[in-house]
Structure formats: structure tokens, C-alpha cells
Design a protein around this ligand. Structure first.
Ligand SMILES: [Zn+2]
Length: 327
């Protein structure tokens, strides 16, 4: 047994016994000081899916992250998952689906501006796409799940040009109708929502507003069906990707921090625009993926974000797919 006492004793011996025989001295290897490129690939039927790490962003834990729930309860949930109790960290994982006939990217991360400002912590999509050997110019379809900044900012390059110049940009019709409406914009409360209206227009104006709008329950790309998952935003969309008898539920932001919001499916999130509807959607989707044993790809799940969900009493638990060294 490697007891704590023995572990401490051997550590002390190592520091206090300078006369033990040691291996010949070598030059110390310099610390890398940087993470490796983040991308992961797996097969779904005949399709190939590449998950691209856009990085992670931490916010100091604030009152109201879980509206109506005491901050002490939120702290407890973070600690129960062995996470720091004083901050909430959000992860970002867009995907690229190669259907064999089309290259389809779904969601676009925080963008190169955020990459520069955060010194590379988030906004990594374009760097990691290149690391994965995917040329942005070869993407045929750019599917947007909703217009929150962490999903659309990467549609542009650092100098504000289209990052996917040959892609048809496809957006949920309900999302477009809400955010591009001048009346809605004029009534938006100052702060986050007003900023989101401005950011949405900044991005889509730079793209010349050249988008194709799609409805729900329709195939929007080969094997990819858009599904109503609204609540998190007015046109928030999830997808089912299906190929060769296999299906995957791409959940977008049905929950944005699984330790908080899948473990506690009755907790609303500050970032959910219609909280009651977001909770209803989350419950419906998670009951369905559990019943169907459908794998889920989660935009804000721990990288690479492909997982099953299981029921644990009234809660949901992620059972991440094992890392596959070959595909
Ligand atoms: Zn998001």
C-alpha cells in the first residue's frame, strides 16, 4: 500500500539525502509553457467528425450565474466536481462534419479578436483548424446554432473578413428574425443583450448579410437535421447528425456548464434568455437522449465533448466517450 505516510517519507528522503547515487547530470529540458493543439476526430457511420478546441474562459463566480439559487449551493456543486469554487470556467468546442460530399462546420468560437486579447486562452478555432489540417477555404456550409458571441465571432478573420469565404452561411430563421429586428434592438436592455444585438450586426454586416435562413425539422446539410431547442436564445438550434445507421445529437447550448446545469437540471443559467423555456428544453432533450442512448456532442462540454448522458436520480451525469487513438 502506498500510504500517505510513506509517500511523505519518501519525498522527505529524496530532498534530505544528497549523497544517494544519482544518474549523470543532463541538460534540463525547457518547460513548454503552452498547451498542445486541440482537435479530436471520430467516425459516425460514414461521416468523419472533427472537434476543434476554441479554448476556455473563466469568470469569477458571480451572484446570479444561477438565478434564484444561492451562491453557496453553486460553490458546493463546483466543489463536488473538484473544480475551483471561486470561478466558473466555460469551454468551447465547435465541430466540423465531413459527410464525404460536403464539409460542414457547426459554430465558430470566440474569434481572433478574443484570441489576441486573451493571449490565446480562447478564440482558438482558426489556429486549431489549421493544426487539424482543415483549410477554412474548403468549408462548404457554415451552420450557426444561435447568435451569442461565443458562437459567431469566429465567422470573421482578425481583419474582419469572412473566415469561411467559400461557405454558405446558414442561420436559424427564428434567430435572424429576433436579432435583426430594429424594434427588438431598440427595446433591448442595456448591457449583455444590447451588446449581443450590436455584435450580431457587426458580424453579419461584415458578411454582407449574405446568409441562408433555415427552419427546424429540416435537413440543412446532408445527414444533418436542425431541431428546435429554443430558450437559451429565441432561435437556439440543436442538430441530429445521422450516417450509416448511427446518430449523434449535437446539443449546442442545451446546458452550458454540465457540472452545474446537467447535474442540476432545474437550475436556470444567467445566459439563458427565456429561462422557463430553456429548462423545459433541457429536460425534454436529456430525457430523450437518455431513453434513446444517443451520444451527445456538447459545445460547452469538457473537450472533446462527445459523451453519453445517464440518469442519476433526478439529475443527469455525463459519461464521456473514451479517447480513441485511431478512427
Ligand atoms: Zn455558448
Amino acid at each position: 500500500m502506498f500510504t500517505r505516510r510513506r509517500l511523505l517519507a519518501s519525498a522527505a528522503a529524496a530532498t534530505l539525502a544528497p549523497n544517494l547515487p544519482v544518474a549523470p547530470a543532463r541538460a534540463a529540458a525547457p518547460l513548454a509553457g503552452a498547451q498542445v493543439p486541440g482537435w479530436y476526430r471520430y467516425k459516425l457511420g460514414d461521416f468523419e467528425i472533427t472537434v476543434i478546441n476554441d479554448g476556455a474562459r473563466s469568470f469569477p463566480l458571480f451572484d446570479g450565474l444561477v438565478p434564484g439559487v444561492d451562491k453557496a449551493e453553486v460553490t458546493k456543486a463546483l466543489e463536488a466536481a473538484f473544480l475551483p469554487a471561486d470561478k466558473a470556467t466555460f469551454l468551447y468546442a465547435p465541430i466540423v462534419v465531413n459527410t464525404g460530399s460536403k464539409l460542414v462546420a457547426i459554430d465558430f468560437g470566440n474569434g481572433p479578436g478574443a484570441y489576441a486579447e486573451s493571449k490565446g486562452a480562447f478564440g482558438q478555432l482558426q489556429v486549431n483548424l489549421a493544426a487539424a489540417g482543415i483549410d477554412r477555404g474548403t468549408v462548404d456550409i457554415a451552420l450557426v446554432s444561435h447568435f451569442h458571441a461565443d458562437h459567431i465571432n469566429g465567422l470573421l478573420t482578425a481583419d474582419g473578413k469572412p473566415a469561411f469565404p467559400n461557405a454558405e452561411i446558414m442561420v436559424p430563421a427564428a434567430e435572424w428574425a429576433f436579432w435583426m429586428d430594429d424594434g427588438n434592438m431598440s427595446r433591448a436592455p442595456a448591457g449583455r443583450i444590447a451588446d449581443l444585438f450590436k455584435n450580431t450586426r457587426r458580424v453579419f454586416d461584415a458578411l454582407g448579410r449574405k446568409v441562408a435562413q433555415y427552419g427546424w425539422n429540416k435537413e440543412v446539410a446532408p445527414g444533418i437535421t436542425a431541431l428546435d431547442a429554443f430558450g437559451h436564445s429565441p432561435g437556439h438550434t440543436a442538430y441530429v447528425v445521422a450516417s450509416g445507421g448511427k446518430s449523434l445529437y449535437v446539443q449546442s447550448d442545451v446546458s452550458i456548464h454540465p457540472v452545474l446545469f446537467a447535474r442540476n437540471p432545474a437550475w436556470p443559467a444567467f445566459f439563458d434568455q427565456d429561462r422557463a423555456k430553456a429548462l423545459e428544453t433541457r429536460r425534454k432533450v436529456y430525457d430523450m437522449v437518455v431513453a434513446e442512448k444517443l451520444p451527445v456532442q456538447g459545445y460547452h462540454f469538457p473537450f472533446p465533448g462527445v459523451t453519453h448522458l445517464e440518469k442519476d436520480g433526478d439529475r443527469f451525469r455525463l459519461v464521456p466517450a473514451p479517447w480513441n487513438p485511431s478512427i
